[in-house]
Write a protein that binds this ligand. Structure first.
Ligand code: FAD
Length: 459
């Protein structure tokens, strides 16, 4: 039976908030989205350069992103997603080693031959074994067992550090297993997807459909407090005043959400785990007059590089979406408390460009049309053993306050697809049926078929 229309507030206008708002508005509820920044899209947000829009942080889709692709279908824009074959390489001692096939791995000189075989076996086993029990085993011990100490130290450890810094020790093997399986691609080779007009096109379309269904979107409206009033209704306070709602959906990362929760509400939500911390990220985006490599992703996880990856998104994106320029993101995951996270832009620019020129000695400053630096403090939850039990539930205060955030996405990869899946679970907890949306189990079954490819999948 259809539930009576409710007045529902959504905190956050990233992909989680937009998915919740869209489906609730389509179900006949009165939704109000509060977004603190001047744009929708959260971590997938954009900026303008010479009349075109670009993501502040590199973004792409995978063929296995079923729930996201079905949402784009529901928005009428799935046919604007295009796909390209993409490749991965590993930089070592001034050379670039493609790592896309079993043959590539056999030729991977940075590892001893025996270690190459063991890394290959790890890839094979990772695909074949079930994920059972892996939440309670560390990635370190799982990979060391499969690949051996030497291959772990030389190959896997730098990549884990690239994502989690010195807090990689406790990350469960289930996290790795899921990434490994998601990004392996089809046997014919890896494909990635992008949408005409960039991710802004997606958020613009969300906004249009949500408002067409009567939803309201408040940009530049930072929520300061949320609480429950004496009648048990939720209250949302911004600089413009306090508004009362029947229900509330929180989509902010937990550390940001926690700060807003007033005392009455807090007392009623013991299930909200606030112990999960997050890694942040710096992206240094360069617009180049020429390409750097043919690879979408070049891993540079050794400590001599100030960044862990060179992501050349123009190997995927169409010239119509970027102009004639080539687009490269240098990326580094860091905790927000790490002093490098707050390094002045000028220092990052100087050090990172110099390091890039070491990797690519023929790159001159004349090749750089422009560059931009972006930081995000709350990106990837830092997972710990038994993380599944730490993921907060969808319903925080019965019938009233709901959560759809990145802390719950585990073990699915934090991504737009993962957030759509989580939003759909939260909507189900609210009693909203999403048409054509698969259950999480169905979505998981849509992972790409096994392939012989051994890409380490740390992107
Ligand atoms: C470098 C990088 C690369 C990535 N690459 C990919 C990729 O290739 N493919 C992919 O699918 N995903 C990728 N992701 C991950 C993806 O962007 C995230 O998983 C996803 O955007 C999370 O969405 P969300 O809505 O849950 O949270 P968020 O995007 O964090 O949205 C939360 C929103 O809440 C708002 N907010 C915060 N506090 C308040 C407040 N007090 N009041 C009101 N609003 C508030 C924020 O401004 C934000 O808009 C990448 C992320 C990064 C950083």
């Amino acid at each position: 039976m259809k539930s009576a229309p409710k007045n529902i507030a959504i905190l956050g206008g990233g992909i989680s908030g937009l998915t919740c708002a869209l489906r609730l508005a389509q179900a006949g509820h009165a939704v109000t989205v509060y977004e603190g920044s001047e744009q929708l899209g959260g971590l997938g947000t954009f900026f303008e350069h010479h009349g075109r829009v670009f993501e502040k942080f590199y973004h792409c889709m995978l063929p296995s992103d079923g729930p996201l692709l079905r949402t784009l279908e529901a928005l009428g824009i799935r046919d604007q997603v295009y796909w390209r074959p993409t490749t991965f390489a590993y930089a070592h001692a001034g050379k670039f080693f493609p790592l896309n096939t079993a043959v590539d791995l056999l030729k991977f000189a940075p590892l001893r031959f025996l270690d190459r075989l063991r890394v290959g076996i790890t890839g094979l086993v990772g695909r074949l074994v079930s994920d059972k029990g892996l939440d309670d085993v560390t990635t370190v011990s799982w990979l060391t067992k499969l690949s051996g100490k030497n291959a772990f130290a030389k190959f896997w450890k730098p990549m884990l550090e690239a994502k989690f810094g010195d807090r990689y020790h406790d990350v469960p093997a289930l996290w790795f297993w899921t990434r490994f399986n998601r990004e392996k691609g089809e046997s014919k080779g890896e494909k990635k997807g992008y949408i005409r007009g960039g991710y802004k096109h997606i958020t613009d379309t969300f906004a249009e459909v949500i408002t067409r269904h009567g939803g309201r979107i408040h940009l530049k409206t930072t929520v300061e407090t949320i609480d429950l009033d004496s009648a048990g209704k939720t209250t949302v306070t911004t600089s413009k005043g306090t508004t009362t709602f029947d229900q509330l959906v929180i989509t902010l990362p937990t550390p940001q959400a926690e700060k807003l929760i007033g005392p009455v509400m807090k007392a009623q939500m013991p299930a909200l785990d606030t112990s999960t911390d997050y890694q942040g990220v710096i992206n240094h985006l360069l617009f180049l007059k020429r390409p750097l490599t043919p690879h979408y992703w070049v891993a540079t996880p050794q400590s001599e590089h100030p960044f862990d990856g060179v992501v050349e998104t123009s190997t995927l994106t169409d010239i119509a979406d970027r102009g004639a320029r080539h687009v490269v993101y240098l990326t580094k995951y860091l905790h927000r408390s790490d002093e490098r996270f707050s390094q002045p832009d000028a220092d990052i620019r100087r050090d990172w460009i110099a390091a890039l020129q070491k990797l690519f000695p023929d790159l001159t400053t004349d090749d750089i049309e422009a560059d931009y630096i972006f930081r995000a403090p709350f990106v990837e939850p830092i997972y710990r053993l038994g993380q599944k039990k730490l993921c907060p539930p969808e319903e925080l205060v019965p019938g009233t306050v709901f959560l759809a955030n990145t802390a719950q996405v585990y073990p699915t990869v934090t991504s737009w697809n993962g957030s759509v899946m989580q939003a759909e679970k939260t909507l189900a907890a609210m009693g909203v049926k999403v048409m054509n949306a698969p259950s999480a189990a169905t979505a998981d079954r849509e992972l790409p078929s096994a392939s012989a490819r051994l890409q380490p999948a740390m992107a």
